[in-house]
Ligand binder design. Structure first.
Ligand code: PEP
Ligand code: MN
Length: 344
């Protein structure tokens, strides 16, 4: 339920209102605006009647929200959320996701394979204009016999690449037990296969680092937003949504990029939306076209897999761009971004 309070009644009346709600066993999330204060009631509001609130002078309106996510909803938080990645670290160039002016690109190999490999990739993506370095250290693979990632050593190598290039780093967390290795990771990815691992989401809520939450292979938009809600309700509002393709009946691409997710998510949520054309298509030559379409659709960022020697990559070899292709694509994306009055 969302209750809108009129401003100008003084802090103590607002505090009384909130403690009254809390005495009913509910929690409140308060967003103070210039003209209004919006209070989201969190918990089981089924026994409350919104009309009862209107007897209080300071209440302008009270409504049940039709959507089950509150903190992630635009209704509850009208302003866009801007997430800063890599803030307050000497030698690291932080970047904003969701500022409406820039389209930061998260780029790098599917997996960290070794020191030289990740350093070379980091240098190449930085030179082409990427703002965040990616690389999987823990890899969710369909087969248990495929390369599972370098784990903790992979994170150490990403940290090395961050130190050299100043790029913030993004990598996937698969298990709560490994979270202790993520203190120097700037953006923690929740992969498509874990998007409804609710214990993991709750832990990331408490951990507090920015999260890139990928939509599950057959996840609905509402399920994606409910997963974002899990992280936010546990104390972390730095959530970035990621559309990475959904599974349809047609195997002509690895997945099907749902471009319409961008305008829809922007309509119903204030969270930034990043698109991943690499996992969506699974096909190298198609990545660029889908990236351009994503910019045209208004995405707040892109995640693109880049490897210095894609043919030899230990995972996702068929979809990774080489540095030359990535550089060319970045130049092209700059033109699409300009049409939207944005820069890459
Ligand atoms: C990845 O980004 O490397 C990855 C495994 O992505 P997804 O979870 O979207 O498949
Ligand atoms: Mn991959």
């Amino acid at each position: 339920m969302i209750v809108i309070l009129k401003n100008g009644f003084g802090e103590s009346k607002v505090e009384d209102f909130i403690s009254d709600i809390k005495s009913k066993g509910l929690d409140c999330h308060v967003v103070k605006g210039v003209e209004k204060t919006i209070v989201g009631l969190l918990g089981d509001t089924s026994k409350l009647d919104p009309r009862d609130f209107l007897s209080n002078d300071i209440v302008e309106s009270a409504e049940r929200v039709s959507v089950p996510y509150k903190m992630a909803s635009r209704e509850f938080h009208p302003e866009n959320t801007i997430v800063e990645i890599g803030a307050n670290q000497a030698g690291v160039t932080s970047c904003l996701v969701g500022d409406g002016k820039t389209i930061p690109v998260i780029a790098g190999p599917c997996a960290v394979e070794g020191e030289e490999q990740i350093l070379n990739a980091a240098r190449a993506v930085k030179a082409a204009g990427a703002r965040i370095l990616r690389g999987g250290a823990y890899k969710p693979r369909t087969s248990p016999y495929s390369f599972q990632g370098m784990g903790k050593d992979g994170i150490r190598l990403l940290e090395l690449a961050k130190k050299e290039t100043g790029l913030p780093i993004c990598t996937e967390l698969m298990a709560i037990s490994e979270i202790g290795n993520f203190h120097n990771v700037d953006l923690i990815q929740v992969g498509a296969r874990n998007f409804q691992n609710f214990d993991l989401l709750k832990e990331l809520g408490r951990f507090g680092k920015p999260v890139l939450l990928k939509r599950g292979l057959s996840g609905t938009i509402q399920e994606l937003l409910m997963s974002a809600e899990y992280i936010m309700a546990n104390g972390n509002e730095n959530v970035i949504l990621c559309e990475r393709g959904i599974r349809t009946y047609d195997p002509y691409t690895r997945n099907c990029l749902d471009v319409s997710a961008v305008p829809y998510l922007h309509k119903v949520s204030h969270l930034p939306v990043v698109l991943d054309p690499s996992h969506a298509s699974g096909i190298r030559w198609m990545v660029g076209t889908l990236a351009c379409a994503s910019v045209a659709a208004g995405c707040d960022g892109l995640e693109i897999e880049v490897h210095c020697n894609p043919e030899k990559a230990w995972s996702d070899a068929s979809q990774q761009l080489n540095p030359a292709m990535f550089e060319e694509l970045m130049a092209k994306l700059g033109k699409y971004a300009a049409v939207e009055n944005k820069t890459m």
